[in-house]
Write a protein that binds this ligand. Structure first.
Ligand SMILES: [Zn+2]
Length: 247
């Protein structure tokens, strides 16, 4: 194997997946997670324990080693209640990748360079194999903003975008920063949410409206405006959202 896409995978199967096998063409998304547990071994054990009812297809260790827990063609249980565009239950259409990181509830760390270079190799491999569009490489918080924060604002989406592995705006950071914390009008607020719906985020559920609104804004910020996660829409967020729908 001389290809630079050659993957060094370790099989470590989890019992948590669904039968029967799905068709290859059903796989259209890749969902990125962090484990959100203090300890890597505990996280791995949980993903393989039948009592936990959770799993993912891949697990990237702190060392960068990639474990394959569930074969791609079986549905793994990583996304839970989720939606994107018109689709619900994203587990059925996706491959889930868990990256070892204690997450926001413990000590949220930067993802290390070994983890990211393994992830890049894995993504290139999967995108090629299943013809996945870069705009369908998503974080767990994108498809479940009211429940999830992962992979969070330390995840290097922009770095992935430079390798054509994710969707990103093409505005200069210096330019947009000038718009940070500048208020927007009510009409602009409407435009912002409509832009998010065009990108693929689900409409805000009317019950618990205020909280759900903040969660959606934060999900957007964790991905596209990582320097300030405050749940408030400002001119910078609006500009980014406008740019994204034009791509
Ligand atoms: Zn997750």
């Amino acid at each position: 194997m001389s290809s630079k896409l050659a993957l060094n995978l370790t099989r470590n199967y989890s019992i948590n997946f669904e039968l029967p096998k799905r068709a290859k063409k059903k796989i259209i998304f890749i969902i990125i997670h962090y484990t959100g547990m203090k300890n890597e071994t505990e996280a791995l054990n949980k993903l393989c324990d039948y009592k936990s009812k959770v799993s993912s297809h891949y697990f990237i260790k702190n060392s960068g080693e990639i474990l394959n827990l569930v074969p791609d063609l079986y549905v793994a249980w990583h996304a839970g209640k989720s939606s994107w565009k018109k689709l619900k239950s994203i587990n059925n259409y996706s491959i889930g990748i868990e990256i070892s990181n204690p997450g926001h509830d413990h000590v949220y760390k930067r993802f290390n360079s070994k983890q990211i270079s393994s992830l890049i190799k894995l993504l290139k491999n999967l995108i090629k194999k299943y013809k996945i569009k870069k705009e369908n490489i998503l974080g767990h918080s994108d498809i479940a903003p009211n429940r999830k924060k992962d992979p969070g604002e330390k995840f290097p989406w922009q770095k992935l975008a430079k390798q054509n592995l994710s969707y990103w705006h093409n505005l200069s950071l210096r330019k947009i920063k000038k718009n940070r914390n500048i208020e927007i009008s009510q009409l602009e607020e409407k435009t912002f949410f409509n832009n998010l719906y065009k990108i693929g985020y689900s409409r805000i559920i009317k019950s618990n409206l205020k909280k759900n609104r903040i969660n959606l804004i934060k999900a957007f910020q964790r991905k596209f405006r990582q320097k300030l996660i405050n749940g408030k829409i400002d001119q910078e967020c609006l500009l980014i959202s406008k740019n994204l729908i034009k791509l």
